[in-house]
Ligand binder design. Structure first.
Ligand code: EPU
Length: 416
């Protein structure tokens, strides 16, 4: 099993190219199921989760051609309307095939994802929405079996804001008969990116980027070309690394306008930020100042950056309160950060972080994707060596993170 060996203490300096967003690429790949034409994608990140999704889609009969960051999908010969347990259990985003399959083929069997490290994460809202659109749904032997001659447009109000739930129902609604109104829709930039692709494929969607999506179903969609949006979480992760370790790094192929909440916190921490249309530069020469925040849905502070910003807070001047409101168990990194010398106490959904003067490297264990990233950041800023174990979590969602960090001067290497 691969590990990352980090010798902390180097300032980071140089340029990093940001990859396409994992959480946009995954639903967008599933949109290839919605048409028999070819969908041409670019800026698709090199990630284990993308490989898993492509494996799943190939098993269904989707033709996939890959060339670097370009992926061409052709859904002419889809013949297996099933997402098996062995793939769904490794990647919950597999649930995103449910909406497109029922919408185009009238049937789907998708394994129910179980709980996961960061919380119980049910998919009841995906099911409720499809039922409201007329799908008959049975839960049989651990599988969601959905059937509908043709889905019918209706008003769907989800009980909470759900990102993949919105994406699934959006992909279902584009081929439904009549008008669907999705209320309480997620406004994450990745949802917007998917909606923009669907419009390019011939879908009729109003209210893109708002919490009310109005979709006029069409008979069929056609092919299109689309560039996946920049990964704002990868961007925020590297910015937090500069804040913690110090340095002067420019991130390219990214956008500052979808990162407002995180950029505000970085400024509050003392990072000097400048940006252009497709780059952000972060300069940090002092110890960060502690920043308190609360995770919320977009445009609030993202739960997917909570762990990385907590790593920065560990070394900050002062104390901070970090409150997680999206997932009930997303503090698995706390015990590991404390092993590096951090002083974090958990009080319900809030972590109270007392900034310490230094962290000292140690072997630590990654527990989920963003927790892994927080351990890497702490390792970069710690004295001595940190060995991060179980980095398969990191490889699921970061495109060659250690290569990118080494290119700006970090002493980091993958060891077997
Ligand atoms: N929820 C339900 N029922 C549902 C759907 C959601 O109770 O049917 C709850 C969840 O348990 C959670 C909250 O609603 O407490 C929000 O979950 P959401 O559905 O928005 O999460 P998701 O769609 O499963 C996506 C990202 C996550 C990210 C969250 C929140 C993808 C593939 N995944 O998950 O990304 O944390 O939205 O922004 O888009 C990551 O990249 O590390 C990651 C975990």
């Amino acid at each position: 099993m691969d590990k990352l060996l980090i010798a902390g203490g180097n300032r980071l300096s140089g340029e990093i190219l940001i990859s396409g967003a994992k959480n946009a690429a995954l639903p967008i790949l599933c949109a290839g199921l919605l048409t028999s034409d070819t969908v041409q994608l670019s800026n698709v990140p090199h990630l284990q989760d993308v490989n898993t999704m492509l494996k799943l889609l190939r098993q269904m009969g989707l033709r996939v051609e890959q060339d670097g960051d370009k992926v061409a999908l052709c859904g002419r010969a889809i013949d297996k309307l099933e997402a098996p347990y062995d793939l769904v259990k490794t990647m919950r985003a597999s649930i995103l095939v449910l909406g497109p399959l029922v919408a185009r083929f009238g049937e789907a069997r998708v394994s129910l994802p179980g709980g996961c490290a960061i919380g119980s994460r049910p998919v009841d809202q995906h099911i409720k929405g499809l039922q409201a659109m007329g799908a008959e749904i049975a839960i049989e032997a651990g599988y969601i079996h959905a059937r509908a001659k043709r889905l019918k447009g209706t008003r769907v109000m989800t009980d909470m804001i759900t990102v993949t739930g919105t994406e699934n129902l959006l992909m279902a609604a584009v081929l439904a008969e009549g008008t669907t109104v999705l209320e309480n829709a997620a406004r994450e930039p990745e949802v917007t990116d998917l909606a923009n692709l669907l419009v390019a494929m011939g879908a009729k969607i109003d209210g893109i980027g708002t919490d009310k999506l109005v979709i006029e179903g069409v008979e069929q969609l056609h092919g299109a070309a689309h560039q996946v949006i920049a990964d704002r979480i990868e961007t925020g992760t590297f910015l937090a690394a500069v804040a913690a370790a110090g340095g002067d790094v420019t991130l390219t192929n990214t956008r500052s306008d979808i990162l407002d909440a995180a950029l505000d916190k970085l400024r509050e921490a003392g990072v000097i930020l400048t940006s252009g249309p497709d780059w952000i530069r972060a300069q940090m020469s002092a110890r960060p100042k502690a920043v308190s925040f609360r995770t919320t849905e977009y445009p609030g502070f993202p739960t997917d950056m909570q762990a990385q910003f907590m790593a920065m807070n560990c070394l900050a001047e002062g104390s901070s309160r970090v409150t997680e409101t999206i997932f009930e168990n997303r503090f698995m990194h706390v015990q590991e950060l404390n092993r590096l010398g951090a002083a974090i106490d958990i009080d319900g959904h809030t972590a109270v972080v007392k900034g310490v003067d230094k962290l000292v490297g140690a072997p630590v264990m990654a527990t989920d994707l963003r927790a892994s990233a927080s351990l890497v950041i702490a390792g970069l800023a710690a004295e001595g060596q940190t060995l991060v174990d179980r980095i398969y979590h990191l490889d699921r969602g970061y495109d060659r993170m250690e290569v990118k960090l080494a290119s700006v001067g970090a002493d980091i290497a993958r060891v077997k």
